[in-house]
Design a protein around this ligand. Structure first.
Ligand code: HEM
Length: 463
C-alpha cells in the first residue's frame, strides 16, 4: 500500500499550483551538522510529504547527490549498493547525455563547475514573499558546517501580466505526466491529464508505482534494484536535475527563416485559425502553443490541453510528425508491440521555468530556460529518453537527427511528413541550430521521510 505521508512532495503529486520556487545548493563540511539540520527539519515537520490536509503556503524538500550521502557519513558498504549512474554523477556522464560543446560541464554555471553540491533544497511558495521568508528562515537554521554554494530562482512565467504554465518558447508545459497506480491527483481534472502506458488493446492503463518509487513492483512485476539498507531506499526515488538554457532568439529566428519555404508546402495556404509560423512551431513540438495535441487537432489550435491520445492512428506522422518533441519523449502507442518497448521509459516531470519571458520582437542579453526535474526509479529511464530518443532518432525513422527542441547538436534536421489527404507536401527543416544548452545539474537521491530520519540518526548500516 502506497504511503503518501512517507514519500516527499512534488514526486507523485506535483506542486503545479505553487508559482514560485527556489533551489538552494548546499555543501556539507560537517556530517554532524548535516544530521542535526535534517533532524531539526523533521522535528518541526518542515519537510513536505506527498499528502497534506491543508495546502501549505510553502513547501520544502531535500535530495542528495552520491557525494552528499558520503558527506552525511553513509558507510561505503551502503554507498556501493547505489546505481552506477548515481555514483558517477551527471558530469561524468556528460558525453553519453550529449552534454558536449556549449553544453559541456566546463561551461556550466556555478556552483556546478567548481563546487560539489551535496544537498539540493527545493522550496516552493504560493507567493514571492512567503517564498522569500521561508528561504530566509531556512538559511538562518543552517549550522556552520553547512555552506550554501549558490541558489537558483525559478517560477511560472508572467506573460502580458498573467502567470502562465508556458515555457519560454511559448508552449503550455507540464501537461503530460504518467498516470500512476494508487495516485489519484488533486482532483478529477488532474487525474484526467495524466497518461498511463498502452494497454495493448488501443487504450491506456495506469503504471505501477515501482517505475517511480523504490520498494514497489514495476512494469515487470519485480522491484527495482534496492540500495541497502532497504529502510533508506523504500519510498525514495531518484531525481534528475538539469538547468537547461533556452536560446529563445535563435528559436524564433529559425522559425522566421523557415516560414516562407514551409508555406510553399501548404497546398491551400495557411491553415485556418493559425499562421504558417505557428503551424511549423507546432509540428516541431507535436502540440500547438496552447497545448492542443496535433493528433487531435491537426489543423488549428483548439484550446484543448487534453492528454488522452495515441499515435497509432497516425503511423506516417501526417498529423504529428514522427520526430516531434512530444512524440519522441513519450511515443505512447507509436512504437507498436503493445507499448512494451516504451513502457519502462517513463518520467515524472516537474520542471519549472527560470528567467524572464522575452516578449516577441524583443531582444536582450538575459538568460532563461527550464529547471528540468524528472523522477524515476532508475536513471536508466532518464538516460534512455535523453540518449536514444532526444539525441538519436532511429526509433522514429529520424536516423541520427536529434530532437528538434531539446536535442544536442551543432545543426540538425527534421522531416515534417506530408499529408496525402490534403495534398500537403513533406517539408524538411534543415540546419536547425541548437536551441537548448545544459548549464548544470546532477543526479540526486530523494529519500522518504523515514529514510531522512535514518540519515539524521547516523545509523545507516547494511547488516
Ligand atoms: C528546454 C527544453 C525543453 C522544452 C522547452 C520542453 C518542452 C516541452 C513541452 C512544451 C511539452 C508539452 C507539454 C507537456 O506534455 O507537458 C513537453 C513534453 C515532454 N517533454 Fe519536454 N521539453 C524540454 C526538454 C525535455 C527533455 C530534455 C526531456 C527528456 C529527457 C523532455 C521530456 C518530455 C516528456 C516526457 C514530455 C511529455 C510527453 C508526453 O507524455 O506526451 N523534455 N516538453
Amino acid at each position: 500500500m502506497l504511503d503518501l505521508s512517507n514519500i516527499q512532495g512534488n514526486i507523485l503529486l506535483g506542486y503545479a499550483s505553487f508559482p514560485h520556487a527556489r533551489f538552494l545548493y548546499l555543501g556539507i563540511r560537517s556530517a554532524d551538522d548535516a544530521r542535526a539540520l535534517v533532524q531539526r527539519l523533521l522535528n518541526t515537520d518542515s519537510i513536505t510529504p506527498a499528502q497534506w490536509d491543508a495546502k501549505p503556503d510553502t513547501t520544502l524538500n531535500l535530495a542528495l547527490t552520491f557525494n552528499g550521502l558520503r558527506a552525511f557519513g553513509v558507510p561505503e558498504e551502503s554507498l556501493a549498493t547505489f546505481p552506477a549512474e548515481f555514483q558517477d554523477g551527471m558530469k561524468a556522464r556528460a558525453k553519453l547525455l550529449g552534454d558536449v560543446g556549449e553544453s559541456s560541464p566546463e561551461k556550466w554555471d556555478e556552483p556546478w563547475t567548481t563546487s560539489q553540491v551535496h544537498v539540493l533544497v527545493m522550496i516552493y511558495g504560493k507567493t514571492a514573499d512567503v517564498l522569500e521568508a521561508r528561504c530566509q528562515a531556512f538559511r538562518e537554521m543552517l549550522p556552520s558546517g553547512i555552506e550554501e554554494l549558490g541558489h537558483q530562482p525559478a517560477g511560472l512565467l508572467c506573460i502580458d501580466g498573467e502567470t502562465t504554465r508556458r515555457e519560454h518558447f511559448g508552449f503550455v508545459d507540464g501537461l503530460s505526466n504518467p498516470s500512476v497506480e494508487g495516485v489519484h491527483g488533486e482532483g478529477k481534472a488532474r487525474a484526467r491529464e495524466d497518461i498511463g502506458n498502452p494497454d495493448g488493446k488501443g487504450g491506456f492503463r495506469k503504471i505501477p508505482v515501482g517505475e517511480f518509487i523504490l520498494g514497489y513492483p514495476g512494469e515487470g512485476g519485480e522491484l527495482a534494484p534496492m540500495p541497502q539498507p532497504s529502510l533508506l531506499a523504500e519510498d525514495a526515488t531518484y531525481l534528475v536535475f538539469r538547468k537547461l538554457e533556452q536560446n529563445v532568439q535563435a528559436y524564433r529566428r529559425y522559425l522566421d527563416e523557415q516560414v516562407a519555404s514551409f508555406t510553399q508546402a501548404l497546398p491551400d495556404g495557411v491553415p485556418a485559425g493559425a499562421t504558417a509560423r505557428e503551424f511549423l512551431a507546432a509540428k516541431m513540438m507535436g502540440r500547438w502553443q496552447d497545448g492542443s495535441s496535433l493528433v487531435k487537432h491537426p489543423n488549428e489550435p483548439a484550446n484543448d490541453t487534453g492528454n488522452t491520445f495515441g499515435y497509432a492512428g497516425d503511423p506516417a506522422g501526417a498529423r504529428c510528425p514522427l520526430g516531434a518533441h512530444v512524440r519522441r519523449a513519450n511515443p505512447r502507442d507509436a512504437l507498436g508491440f503493445g507499448g512494451r518497448t516504451m513502457s519502462r521509459r517513463r518520467l515524472i516531470r516537474r520542471g519549472i521555468a527560470y528567467g524572464k519571458y522575452l516578449p516577441p520582437g524583443q531582444q536582450d542579453e538575459e538568460r532563461r530556460g527550464i529547471i528540468f526535474i524528472a523522477f524515476n526509479s532508475g536513471f536508466d529511464q532518464f538516460e534512455f529518453v535523453q540518449r536514444v530518443w532526444m539525441n538519436f532518432g532511429d526509433d522514429f525513422q529520424q536516423g541520427n537527427d536529434t530532437d528538434p527542441i531539446a536535442g544536442s547538436r551543432k545543426e540538425g534536421r527534421m522531416m515534417i511528413p506530408g499529408d496525402e489527404k490534403t495534398g500537403r507536401q513533406p517539408f524538411i527543416c534543415f540546419d536547425i541550430p541548437s536551441f537548448v544548452e545544459t548549464r548544470g545539474g546532477d543526479y540526486f537521491f530523494a529519500p522518504s521521510l523515514t529514510g531522512l530520519s535514518l540519515l539524521a540518526s547516523g545509523r545507516v548500516q547494511t547488516s
